[in-house]
Design a protein around this ligand. Sequence first.
Ligand code: XMP
Length: 513
Amino acid sequence: MKNEMILVLDFGGQYNQLIARRVRECNVYAEVHPYTVGLDEIREMAPSGIIFTGGPNSVYEETSPHYDTGIFDLGIPILGICYGSQLMAYLLGGEVKTAPVSEYGSTQVKINTSSKLFHGTGEDATVWMSHTDYIARAPEGFSVTASSNVCPVAAMENADRNLYATQFHPEVMHTTDGKKMISNFVYTVCGCRGDWTMESFVETKIREIREKVGDKKALCALSGGVDSSVAAVLMSKAIGKNLTCVFVDHGLLRKNEGDEVEAVFGPEGPYELNFVRVNAQERFYEKLAGVEEPEQKRKIIGEEFIRVFEEEAKKIGAVDFLVQGTIYPDVIESGLGKSAVIKSHHNVGGLPDCVDFKEIIEPLRLLFKDEVRKAGTELGIPAYLVQRQPFPGPGLGVRIVGEVTAEKVRIVQDADRIFRDELESAGLGGQRGQYFAALTNMRSVGVMGDFRTYDYAVVLRSVDTSDFMTAACSEIPFAVLQKCMNRIINEVKGVNRVLFDLTSKPPGTIELE
Ligand code: XMP
């Protein structure tokens, strides 16, 4: 049976994925689609509700994204957020204007709690605003259900037609009661029952995979990270020994990681998998020699991965399916949707044109990271594996700025090990989203003992994040950083400077290259 679905219609705003996650946190499945998706396709999807996202444009400009007004006559409830609210107002005959000053950040609004959307929320609410244009006049048939000092229509609705709009962002955690508003929309307005749980996802996926693969063979690209580990265990529950997991040690793993992965998934570990470890370090270093451009490095690593898999597949013989641990943010961030390309993740955008498998199976393609972890728990994977920090497919290749060499890999592995050990022994590990050492391409003069040095600068990076779409630099006590610096300079040959990266995402990315 098909899950209920909320369609998140993407007008280019930065919180699009967050909206979908918030809906899913209410146990209702949500999918993000670009605003270019046609009315007929929407009819076919038959969503229980539609959410128009925010976006950077002004609705009254000709080139701005609009939508066929027929969408309001489908009889499907719609919630417009930020740009989406202005678009709803504009298309239905209201007035949208530019404000002399933008309204940005936490704002107090007065709310009419008799609205279905605001039922159970406070009358004086703190909400997150981020706009310059505003709705000056709501369309006919709409009533205003929230306002602030500078925003006359902070929310509006036409309850008879099930059309709702908020100028503010209920999906952002700074909107107190934002979760309640989303939940009111999906349950009270759209009438969803909440059939999206990881238990049902895992059950359905296992069944679908069995039907699809039958008694053919599949090869799983296992990196030992959360995503591919969950994909591997899911696949193995579905097709048992028809699955072979190939773990490529590309020489870009963290220190001792190859052995750690083998200990869990290899013959000594708890799973009954066909496990093959391929030591392909030299091959990757050769391909990467002299290459400095980050996207090119990713593509080379991605392509080489696939070549190694193809070779392994030939050895096994008659392998039809390649399994990858791609997850939803990879799909969206790789620009396969409408959003701009930020970087190509090797397991999506970097695939070579010709892949020697009949089909690729990406069982986690529709899941956000926290859902992958829940699915992993559902599958009985131990917490220490399921809660692991993410590690990028291209590995240390994207934590070394400029050319990758075996020597640089050794430096970054050793520095990273020290940084992680020190954070963990200071009791700071579990609280952070991701922390690691990266290597700059900068060498500078230093002095050690009586000698001049001309060595590399290591960067320590630690970020707090739950969704990996945005992140803030973690506050690490200075004494801990000092200790890391001392140990790295003393213990890691080739390093004479240690820097701490303060950048948040945006404007930075989490990885550093
Ligand atoms: P960024 O650097 O894009 O990272 O802010 C967001 C999250 O994605 C991981 N990441 C990658 N994962 N292939 C992957 O499989 C990649 O090329 C890649 N680049 C970044 C990163 O570790 C972080 O968790």
